[in-house]
Design a protein around this ligand. Structure first.
Ligand code: ADP
Ligand code: GLC
Length: 513
């Protein structure tokens, strides 16, 4: 079975450890229940790591159609959610992540019982503003429904960026007046921008909507940045980059205004789900001392991909959203030259229809070089590709953190990546004199540079196998677990909650007769 799933609460775990710091983690994706990308991985793992550290962390997620209700339990009672259109009645279900981490599902079929999370073909449903405003407001109300007051509500990306705004606008009374908010930016390219007249759908008024407007539109992420107690993003490099006009997507000024409250905390990975020694998706298991079985994984994938079963040719893997952010347009243009090299490539991805089409065509014209699984999402296959490949390509234009390069390093697969954001923070450049490093990084995002750096990696693979072996072992031994990040988040929660409470403490002193 899936080791991420733990459908019933472990008997020794209590839902509310006494005196533990309480954190409500609000998200629009959470693996293994519902995900489209890295936000899902993070939401399924960080709360568990915090819980293992003794915090009372609970997760809130919509009850999407894709969530398997068989493992959930419906809680008694009705959750009343104030909306722009009056109060709405939702139901609440509860499931579990590992370590006895509760996940509360907001059941409101009108908004969430749909085939997809955000909309068809990478696009958006027309009512996404209403849907995610509802989720944000429901999360705040849930604390009353549970009679459980968190010290911090942690929101993620634009979908839940209204949480800090709602807390600030509507929760001036005890006990939620003492609740701090943290907003994590996983990707500044998505800000939740809507026509300004749609503000009515948020339930906010002229008096309460401070900060929500940006250049004549609504901008939910910007409002959250302005009104959260603390703002984080998912790597130290990205925290610096988004304060510049090159990477800030128009919010650089707003981020600079909050520079002293903005921290970059590098994501971890789930080292139970991503473990080459026990991964149930793999045909064979391996570790940093024995790579033999990695060969078996490679041979099995070559068969699955219909590529010739050769150990003497480097296998390049790609697992990604096929978008401009990921540099996939540039990779597509580099393919003709790349395929002059003796290499094989397997690609798994979905996204931009034009980019999808270019890989479908490339695979059709060079079936000896490329197998492309395009248009679908396949978790098991993504594990098999990580394990089988010699190199993983990540030519991202920008990358807030990136998880695949860490999965790769753990699976003895060397990343070939652009030196940006979290990629730059997690990959050490190869040094051909000493054999040091864990991957191959480059700066200019052009087909020529991508070809050159891949050529560098491939020639190292042929000419210096000893260096490749050392780099693999080095990468596999790196600690990418969540524990370091979880400790930093805990410190941040404590500081945010102290800082948030300070003005109120002063008020109550003043109120004494
Ligand atoms: P992002 O969140 O920007 O897409 P990340 O590297 O943080 O990038 O996370 C991407 C996650 O989604 C990884 O777990 C990756 O393996 C997974 N993924 C992306 N596309 C697919 C796909 N088509 N099938 C399976 N997994 C995918
Ligand atoms: C976003 C980013 C990715 C990051 C993920 C999780 O989707 O694009 O770089 O790893 O969020 O934080």
């Amino acid at each position: 079975g899936n080791p991420a799933l733990s459908p019933s609460k472990p008997a020794h775990m209590s839902t509310s450890p006494q005196h533990a710091l309480r954190v409500l983690f609000v998200t629009s994706e959470c693996t293994p229940f519902a995900m489209t990308g890295g936000l899902g991985d993070v939401s399924g793992a960080l709360p568990v790591a915090l819980r293992e550290q003794g915090l009372d962390v609970r997760v809130v997620l919509p009850l999407y159609r894709s969530v398997d209700r068989g493992q959930l339990e419906e809680l008694p009672g009705t959750l009343l959610v104030p909306t722009w259109d009056g109060a709405a009645s939702a139901r609440v279900w509860r499931g579990w992540l590992r370590a006895g981490t509760p996940v509360y599902f907001i059941d409101y079929p009108g908004y969430f019982d749909r085939p997809l999370i955000y909309g068809p073909n990478g696009g958006a449903y027309g009512d996404n503003l209403v849907r995610f405003a509802f989720l944000s407001r429901a999360a705040v109300e849930l604390t009353r429904f549970l009679r459980w007051t968190p010290a911090v509500i942690h929101a993620n990306d634009w979908q839940t960026a209204l949480v800090p705004v709602y807390l600030d606008a509507f929760e001036r009374a005890w006990p939620l007046s003492a609740c701090a908010s943290v907003l994590t930016i996983h990707n500044i390219g998505f800000q939740g921008v809507f026509p300004v007249e749609d503000v009515v759908f948020t339930g906010l008024t002229n008096g309460s909507s401070r900060g929500i407007e940006h250049w004549g539109s609504l901008n939910l992420l910007k409002a959250g940045i302005e009104r959260a107690t603390a703002v984080t993003t998912v790597s130290p490099s990205y925290a610096r980059e988004i304060q510049t006009s090159q990477f800030g997507s128009g919010l650089q000024e707003d981020l600079r205004a909050r520079a002293s409250d903005l921290t970059g905390i590098l994501n971890g990975i789930d080292t139970v789900v991503w473990d080459p020694r026990s991964d149930p998706h793999l045909p064979a298991h391996f570790d940093e001392r024995s790579f033999e079985a990695k060969r078996e994984c490679k041979a099995a994938l070559q068969r699955e991909a219909g590529l010739s079963e050769r150990d003497d040719v480097p296998l390049l893997g790609v697992i990604t959203r096929l978008t401009h952010q990921k540099g996939m347009d540039v990779l597509a243009r580099a393919l003709p030259r790349l395929f002059e090299l003796d290499v094989q490539m397997v690609l798994l991805g979905a996204g931009d229809p034009e980019i999808e089409q270019s890989f479908v065509e490339a695979a059709r014209s060079r079936p000896d070089r490329l197998r492309a699984w395009v248009g679908g999402y396949d978790n098991g296959l993504s594990h098999r590709i990580e394990a089988a490949s010699d190199f993983l390509l990540m030519p991202s234009r920008y990358e807030p953190c990136g998880l695949n390069q860490m999965y790769s390093l753990r699976y003895g697969t060397l990343p070939i990546a652009r030196a940006t954001g979290g990629l730059d923070d997690t990959i050490e450049q190869y040094d051909e004199r000493t054999g040091a490093g864990t991957g191959f990084k480059f700066h200019d995002l052009t087909p020529t540079t991508l070809f050159d750096v891949t050529g560098w990696a491939v020639s190292t693979w042929y000419d210096r196998p000893q260096h490749i072996r050392q780099m693999r072992a080095r990468g596999m031994m790196k600690d990418f677990s969540w524990s370091a990040a979880a400790r930093t988040y805990e410190q941040l929660y404590v500081a945010a909650s102290r800082r948030h409470r300070a003005p109120h403490a002063v008020d109550s002193v003043r109120a004494l007769p």
